[in-house]
Design a protein around this ligand. Structure first.
Ligand code: TXA
Ligand code: MG
Length: 427
C-alpha cells in the first residue's frame, strides 16, 4: 500500500495501518485536540533562519487554542523560545521565519478506498493530508481543529492573515458553515461541485476555526468535484480547509510529485490521484452587497455572469506589498513564483531564457531555447491545465528567465494572466 516514503521509516503511524473505519467528526466547534497517540509528533523543535541568524526553537504548543506562531526568537533556556498570538500583525515576522525541518515522514498512497480511509484517519488525528482536487492539489486539515490549522500554516510557511477555503462534500454541509442568500444559492446550484469558491457570511455556529478564517466574519466555501477529494471529504465527515499544497508563494501543484518536492517531511500523507484537470485554482466570488470576483480561476467570469445575468464587480485595488493586509486577503503581489525571473509578453527569446509558448507560432530566438507550449492550438482551458506544471518544468532547467508569450485575456486566460503577473513580480 505504501508506494513511496520520503525518509526511512522506522514505524508506520497507527492511522496508516489501522483497518478500522475513521472516527466521524461532527461539525462542531471544539477545543483543538492533542495529536493522537501513535501519530508522530507534528511539531516539536524546528531549525529556523531569521534575519540571518539560525537556531532551534520549540514550536506551537498543539494544545493552545487559536495559536499561531508569529514570532520566533532564540531564548536562553530553550524552553519558551516562541510567542503565540492571534490576530496579531504577524506578516513581517512570519515571512522571515523558515522552518527547515519538521522531521515528519510523508507517506504517499495511490488514490483508492484505503487511501481515503487513511486520509480521514489522519485528518481526524490532526494531521495534514495532500489530495487532488480538479483545480490543483490541496493540503487539507480538519477545519474545526485550530492546532491542525496552525501546523498547516507553518508547513506551508504561509502568512497567517491569509484565510483558507473550507471544502465540504455537499450543499447541506456548506449551509452549516455559511449563510447563502438567493444569489449565492443560484451560483452554488449552477456550479457546485466544481472550481468555484463562494465567500459568504459565517453561520452563528460555524464550526470552522477562527484561525482558518483569519478572524473574518465571512468564510470561503467550495465543493470540489474531483472523486478523490469527494471520497476523502465523505470518509472524514467534516469540513476540510485546504490551500494549494505548495510552499507559500511557490507554484501550485498539479501532480503529487510537485507536492512531494515542496512538502515532503512537513506533512503526513499525500494521496496520489494523478494529474489534475483544470490546473488553476478555483474562481473566488465574494457574495457581498455586490457580487465580486475576488480571484479569477478555473471557472470563467463569462460563465458566472451568464448565470447571474449581471456583471461581477472588480475587487478594490490590491494591497501593494506583502506587509499590508490585503483587502481581498491572499492576493499577495508576488505569488506563484518559480525560482527564475518571469518576463511577460515576450516577442523574442533572449540567450539563456526559456520560453513558455502559447499558440502555433514561436517568436525569434525560440530555436535555441528550452520551450514548452501551453497549447499549440491556442486553447485556453488546455493552457490553464498545463500552466503550473510547465512553469515548474522550465524552472527546473535553471534558465536565466522564463519568457512568456502573450495570453489572451478571455475565458480562463484571465486566471492564467493573473497567475503569470504574480509570478513576474520582482522579488
Ligand atoms: O482551487 C482552489 O481553490 C484550491 C484547492 C485546493 O481547493 N485552494 C486554494 O486555496 O487555492 P488557497 O488557500 O491557495 O487560496 C484561498 C484564497 C486566498 O486568496 C484567500 O485569501 C481567499 O481564498 N479567502 C479565503 N477566505 C476568504 C474570505 N473570508 N474572504 C476573502 N477571501 C478569502
Ligand atoms: Mg495557493
Amino acid at each position: 500500500m505504501i508506494r513511496a516514503s520520503h525518509a526511512t521509516r522506522t514505524d508506520v503511524p497507527a492511522w496508516a495501518k489501522s483497518a478500522v473505519d475513521p472516527p466521524r467528526k461532527s461539525l462542531q466547534k471544539g477545543t483543538p485536540e492533542a495529536p493522537a497517540a501513535g501519530l508522530p509528533r507534528l511539531w516539536e523543535y524546528v531549525d529556523f533562519w531569521k534575519n540571518g541568524r539560525s537556531g532551534r526553537i520549540r514550536t506551537c504548543d498543539p494544545c493552545v487554542p487559536n495559536a499561531v506562531l508569529y514570532r520566533a526568537e532564540p531564548h536562553s533556556d530553550k524552553k519558551a523560545a516562541y510567542s503565540v498570538g492571534f490576530r496579531a500583525p504577524q506578516a513581517a515576522e512570519l515571512r522571515n521565519f523558515i522552518p527547515v525541518k519538521t522531521g515528519l515522514e510523508t507517506l504517499i498512497l495511490p488514490a483508492g478506498e484505503a487511501a481515503a480511509a487513511a486520509a480521514a484517519r489522519a485528518l481526524a488525528a490532526g494531521g495534514l493530508v495532500a489530495f487532488p482536487t480538479e483545480t490543483v492539489y490541496g493540503l487539507g486539515a480538519d477545519a474545526a481543529n485550530a492546532a491542525a490549522i496552525a501546523h498547516l500554516y507553518a508547513a506551508k510557511g504561509r502568512p497567517a492573515f491569509n484565510p483558507l477555503i473550507a471544502h465540504v462534500a455537499d450543499v447541506a454541509a456548506a449551509r452549516q458553515i455559511g449563510r447563502f442568500d438567493a444569489r449565492a444559492l443560484k451560483l452554488a446550484e449552477a456550479f457546485w461541485p466544481g472550481p468555484l469558491t463562494l465567500v459568504v457570511p459565517k453561520t452563528d455556529d460555524c464550526p470552522v476555526a477562527d484561525l482558518a478564517t483569519a478572524g473574518l466574519d465571512t468564510v470561503a466555501i467550495r465543493i470540489p468535484a474531483h472523486p478523490v477529494a469527494q471520497a476523502i471529504l465523505r470518509a472524514f465527515g467534516g469540513a476540510v480547509v485546504a490551500p494549494s499544497a505548495n510552499i507559500s508563494g511557490h507554484v501550485s501543484p498539479t501532480l503529487a510529485a510537485h507536492v512531494e518536492s515542496d512538502l515532503a517531511g512537513r506533512i503526513d500523507l499525500i494521496v496520489d490521484g494523478g494529474s489534475v484537470e483544470v490546473g488553476v485554482e478555483s474562481t473566488i466570488v465574494g457574495c457581498f452587497e455586490t457580487l465580486m470576483l475576488l480571484r479569477p480561476g478555473g471557472l470563467s467570469r463569462e460563465r458566472i455572469e451568464a448565470v447571474l445575468g449581471a456583471p461581477l464587480a472588480r475587487p478594490p485595488a490590491e494591497a501593494e506589498s506583502e506587509d499590508s493586509q490585503p483587502l481581498a486577503p491572499g492576493m499577495l503581489a508576488s505569488h506563484y513564483a518559480p525560482r527564475a525571473a518571469v518576463r511577460l509578453n515576450a516577442r523574442e527569446v533572449a540567450p539563456g531564457e526559456a520560453l513558455l509558448a502559447f499558440g502555433p507560432v514561436h517568436p525569434p530566438g525560440a530555436e535555441a531555447a528550452a520551450v514548452m507550449n501551453l497549447s499549440p492550438a491556442g486553447d485556453l482551458d488546455e493552457a490553464a491545465a498545463n500552466l503550473f506544471g510547465y512553469l515548474r518544468a522550465l524552472d527546473a532547467r535553471g534558465p536565466r528567465a522564463i519568457a512568456v508569450m502573450t495570453i489572451p485575456e478571455e475565458g480562463l486566460g484571465e486566471a492564467i494572466n493573473d497567475r503569470l503577473r504574480r509570478a513576474a513580480v520582482a522579488r
